[in-house]
Design a protein around this ligand. Structure first.
Ligand SMILES: C[S@@+](CC[C@H](N)C(=O)[O-])C[C@H]1O[C@@H](n2cnc3c(N)ncnc32)[C@H](O)[C@@H]1O
Length: 421
């Protein structure tokens, strides 16, 4: 009797329960739903032998780009969030440590000259909407000093970006947000009263930590592999100057698992940093995310496990189903575009979470597999891993009601396929 090979299975060795996920440049900046480097690394070790080019269509802060570059594989990443792109660029761009040390020392001296009253500065404080709601007077003043320092005193562009990444995390830490959450919630009045962060020290601590991360990265990297990161929305066809058709050996990515209104709000997470850094496209981020523009369309996808759930959601809430359908319309388009870029014999690895809407679990792993199979790929395997340390809110509000929470995303799925046609 022929035995059927089981291609979808739980494997604890992919959990990396005790792994340090903040090694080398991975320590630079937090971000929602980051992939853990060990997962990207293992995919590359198992399926990326001989690969020359990796693509990550939703690269976020560049976890898979860093892991590819360390293995001598060039990488291309696209993302619609300017903050994510900045972090990804800095994590993959080597800056000699001695150079960083010099700039950090200068910054430290400047800081002391201000604190000791030897240097009078009158920085321009930005006046974006709600700045006073999120920052105390003193905090605004010191942040504005650092911002002007970065823009005016640092002449090297890569070093400037390195400082901007440390500044972005500083902005978040010294703001009146509850930092344990990715969405923006303000502290209570009592917490605010007691909260007087030392802005300069926070910035210096980040710079020092990131410099150490850069030193470790340089020590480990013994090749010339590079990353290029683009502002691109993969719902549209990828132009040849970003990537020509059939040019990619391997894709390693973790896509959003639903629209950003009801799942992870990447734009919201980045808002305060982006406002301080002057990223203008800011308001567009959540709209540009897949499913960000809600169409009043109900359609089926010709795939039973998805269509059935869409009907069930529609029966419960005929409005909510539009969010879900809008997301999958974009997801399918994005996969069709991304699929064309992979060489025959190339590999795709999508790390996805299955979400619940109105109590119904949507099998993103099966949907991803189906959408790629329609593009000439065959399924190799799906590994189910637990998420012990993924930086994502453990609870969210899938029913979209304030205060109503549900445990979500305990497992994620590493879906691996190969292009055969
Ligand atoms: C799960 S996160 C990726 C995290 C990344 N693996 C990391 O480790 O930092 C998903 C990313 O997809 C981006 N995104 C959402 N819709 C997109 C689209 N249509 N095109 C490109 N990027 C998109 C978001 O801005 C977000 O950064």
């Amino acid at each position: 009797m022929q035995t059927m090979e089981i291609k979808k299975y739980r494997d604890e060795t992919w959990d990396f329960r005790t792994a340090n996920t903040k090694q080398y440049t991975h320590c630079f900046h937090s971000y929602p739903a980051m992939m853990i480097p060990q997962v990207a690394g293992r995919i590359l070790d198992e399926f990326g032998k001989g690969a020359k080019l990796l693509f990550d269509p939703y690269c976020g802060t560049g976890t898979s780009l860093v892991e590819a570059n360390l293995r001598g594989i060039d990488a291309v990443g696209t993302d619609i969030n300017p903050l994510a792109r900045l972090i990804a660029k800095v994590k993959t761009t080597i800056i000699p440590v001695e150079l960083l040390e010099g700039y950090i020392k200068d910054f430290e001296s400047f800081m002391f000259s201000i604190l000791l009253g030897k240097n009078e500065v009158k920085p321009t404080i930005p006046n974006f909407k709600n700045i006073d709601y999120w920052f105390k007077e003193d905090t605004k003043y010191y942040l504005a000093i650092i911002k002007e320092y970065i823009e005016k005193k640092i002449d090297d562009e890569d070093v400037q970006d390195f400082f901007k990444v440390a500044f972005s995390e500083t902005v978040r830490d010294v703001s009146l947000t509850r930092n344990s959450e990715f969405k923006l919630y303000r502290m209570t009045e009592r917490q605010i009263e007691k909260f007087n962060p030392d802005v300069f020290s926070v910035m210096l601590t980040k710079l020092t930590r990131n410099k150490r991360g850069m030193a470790e990265y340089i020590h480990l990297k013994n090749n010339d592999a590079k990353s290029n990161i683009y502002d691109f929305n993969t719902v549209y066809e990828v132009p040849e100057d970003i990537l020509p058709p059939e040019s990619v050996d391997i894709i390693v990515t973790s896509p959003p698992y639903g629209d950003s209104r009801t799942t992870v709000a990447y734009g919201q997470f980045s808002r305060l940093s982006s406002q301080w850094l002057g990223f203008e496209e800011l308001n567009e981020v959540d709209k540009k995310c897949m499913g960000g523009i809600r169409r009043k369309v109900f359609r089926k996808f010709g795939f039973e496990p998805l269509d059935e759930i869409l009907s069930l959601i529609a029966e419960t809430d005929d409005n909510r189903v539009y969010d879900v359908v809008s997301f999958y319309i974009d997801y399918e388009k994005s996969i069709n575009n991304v699929a064309k870029l992979v060489k025959k014999g190339g590999i795709v690895a999508y790390v996805v979470g299955n979400r619940r809407v109105k109590g119904f679990e949507i099998p993103n792993d099966e949907i991803t597999r189906e959408f790629f199979e329609r593009n000439g790929f065959i399924h190799i395997k799906t590994v189910i891993r637990e998420i012990p340390n993924k930086r994502m809110p453990k609870r969210n509000s899938p029913s979209n009601m304030v205060g109503k929470t549900d445990v979500t995303m305990r497992y994620e799925y590493v879906v691996i396929l190969e292009r055969t046609k």
